[in-house]
Design a protein. Sequence first.
Length: 135
Amino acid sequence: MPLTLEIVTPEARVYHDTVESVVIPTVEGEIGILPGHIPLLTQVENGELRVTKGDQTTLLAVGGGFVQVEGDRVAVLAEHAIREEQIDASAVEKAIARAEEALRNKDNLDASEVERLESVMRFSVAQLSLKARRH
């Protein structure tokens, strides 16, 4: 029996399909989910999410959020998620540069803005890491 995987961000549904397995980066480390997994709710960390269907592996960069496993349904509610082939390394590098520049003046920023910029940096690094590993 396959898993039903859905990955959703505040902007869009990024992925929805039946799959054989998924490996998700969490705050506790990577977890692998196969059909019949025990119920689970945990926090998603910035990193690489791997989906296996047949002989194909799809890679996504994910950042923040939660994953819920219930029965053979896996729901990833992420702050950010992007398929590997959609990552624009140049745009990501520019986003990192903008965030670094803004963080240089963090005395003028409130704590929530600093946290947002640091989150952007972590997700950007996860994207670049995924892209570099595959090319």
